[in-house]
Design a protein around this ligand. Structure first.
Ligand code: ZN
Ligand code: MN
Length: 494
């Protein structure tokens, strides 16, 4: 345990690899497929055969530019490709093509929600590179290599060490995953290893007016948000304890480390001392031309990014009055969010649409195990239903029934409401007649409402239900409530 009296501050910078959703690999025409037969999506380029020449994938460059722009990064007008040398069986070329000193995206920032409000995390860089293959250790006595993944485009995003806790690291990863999914550039599935997180963690310890900084540990290849949070928390405690055991455990004195996360034990384990850049012998790839990014392309990408998920969620909560959970659900699937906004633009009253979208449309989609965009009801008709509900042409119960009918029939909701007899009757004489009929047929409830304070509320509710039943759902519930109350108080005075 860390001494409670000790004042400590966690410092985290994140490196994140995002696998881009492109049709083909970064430098060859092989398809990017997650579950193909091992070594079936390979060619001389991604196998690193001598003399094979790489060609840049434009789709991957554009997807990266989109993310870089969404992260408020400066976009380089000219970048180049570098070879990062290392030897692994899953990397037959013995180098990875990456971007060393001229990344596609330069300094930027990304805003994340934290317990203390929105926090801005600076982005150091975003660059494009290729993935390695996979070593598979499930056969005793040997390791198998699948090179289908070798050459898949990866976007690497590096933050400044602005993240101050395990919870903030968690939040950053969640938001970034939402962003890349929202932009449509990555499936961003954790299960498929399409996003991998590497927190660089150290701790500032304050004691007796002195500050001590521990060496940095980079925890490699985390593939869940939970493991990011757990690994950062674990590293904080481990590093403070290591410093307490040996005061020379300090940044600049003891080496930085690469560590692996052992999820079963809930600990990080030492892997090796951390490489410095010169260990990789970076040099420009002589097989690839530098990449020149046209100003027009950058401009068109920047204008194509409208409202990002965090801002959109905030708007839905603050302006429409949705709960955070409902706003998350809508914004989590971009076509759903676009449909919602299209219904707003089509003139739907925001308050009614907000409730109806969640309680009616999303529920109907959920019942059918599909998305709300698959219901076959367009924004204009959703707006029309919200509008006639707001006006009181139909009541809430009738609107629910109408929505279900709209799934099968293309007429306007107002037309359907007339045909199905769902138009709300607000005529007081007609409503009074229904109330009178309900009272006459529910003597027990009327007695309870008048004589038993305990049962009064339930009895009044029963009477309301009777009126709605007798009116076949056409009565205005508000008017019904008023008339019942009036009739009861008249009866009580007798
Ligand atoms: Zn290939
Ligand atoms: Mn990398």
């Amino acid at each position: 345990m860390v001494e409670p009296a000790l004042e400590t501050q966690t410092i985290v910078g994140l490196e994140i690899h995002v696998q881009l959703k492109t049709a083909t690999k970064m430098f060859c025409g092989c398809p990017v497929k997650y579950d193909a037969e091992p070594n079936s999506c390979v060619c001389p380029v991604c196998l690193g055969h001598p003399g094979a020449l790489p060609v840049i994938n434009r789709q991957a460059v554009e997807a990266s530019l989109l993310v870089a722009a969404a992260l408020n990064c400066e976009i380089a007008s000219r970048t180049k490709w570098d070879r990062k040398s290392y030897y692994y069986p899953d990397m037959p070329k013995n180098y990875q093509i990456s971007q060393y000193d001229q990344p596609l995206g330069g300094p930027g920032f990304f805003e994340i929600p934290t317990a203390a409000g929105t926090k801005r995390i600076r982005i150091r860089r975003a660059h494009l590179e290729e993935d390695a293959g996979k070593n598979i250790h499930d056969t005793p006595g040997c390791t198998l290599v699948d090179l289908n993944r070798a050459g898949t485009p990866l976007l690497e995003i590096v933050t400044e060490p602005d993240i101050a806790s395990a919870d903030e690291a968690y939040s950053f990863c969640v938001e970034l995953q939402r962003l890349v999914a929202y932009l449509g550039v990555s499936e961003a599935s954790m299960q498929k290893g399409q996003m991998r997180f590497e927190p660089n963690v150290n701790v500032v310890i304050r004691q007796d007016g002195h500050e001590h900084k521990t060496p940095i540990s980079e925890v490699k290849n985390l593939n869940s948000f939970r493991s990011v949070r757990n690994a950062v928390n674990y590293e904080h405690d481990r590093q403070v304890i290591a410093w307490q055991a040996d005061p020379r455990y300090l940044f600049g004195e003891a080496p930085n480390e690469n560590r692996g996360w052992n999820d079963d034990k809930g600990v990080t384990e030492f892997q090796r001392g951390k490489e410095a850049a010169h260990d990789y012998r970076y040099f420009p790839d002589p097989d690839l031309v530098p990449l020149v990014v046209a100003d027009e392309l950058v401009r068109s990408i920047q204008t194509s990014i409208s409202e990002l998920p965090l801002a959109r969620r905030k708007r839905l909560c603050e302006e429409i009055g949705l709960t955070t959970k409902d706003a998350d659900t809508i914004v989590g699937h971009r076509p759903t969010a676009d449909l919602f906004d299209a219904a707003l633009s089509a003139g739907a009253p925001p308050d009614v649409l907000g409730k109806q979208f969640v309680n009616v449309w999303l529920r109907l989609a959920n019942d059918r195990h599909g998305e709300v965009t698959d219901l076959g009801v367009d924004a204009a008709r959703m707006a029309a239903l919200a509008t006639i509900t707001k006006r009181g042409t139909v009541n809430k119960t009738a609107a629910n029934r109408l929505a279900e009918t709209m799934l099968d029939r293309a007429e306007s909701p107002e037309h359907l409401a007339k045909e199905l007899g769902l138009i709300q009757v607000r005529d007081s004489a007609a409503t009074q007649a229904w109330v009178d009929e309900a009272f006459a047929g529910s003597e027990q409830a009327v007695r309870d409402a008048l004589t038993s304070p305990k049962k009064a509320k339930k009895a009044a509710g029963f009477l309301r239900g009777q009126v709605m039943r007798i009116s076949q759902g056409q009565a205005d519930p508000n008017l019904v409530g008023q008339l019942i109350e009036k009739k009861l108080s008249e009866a009580a005075q007798k």
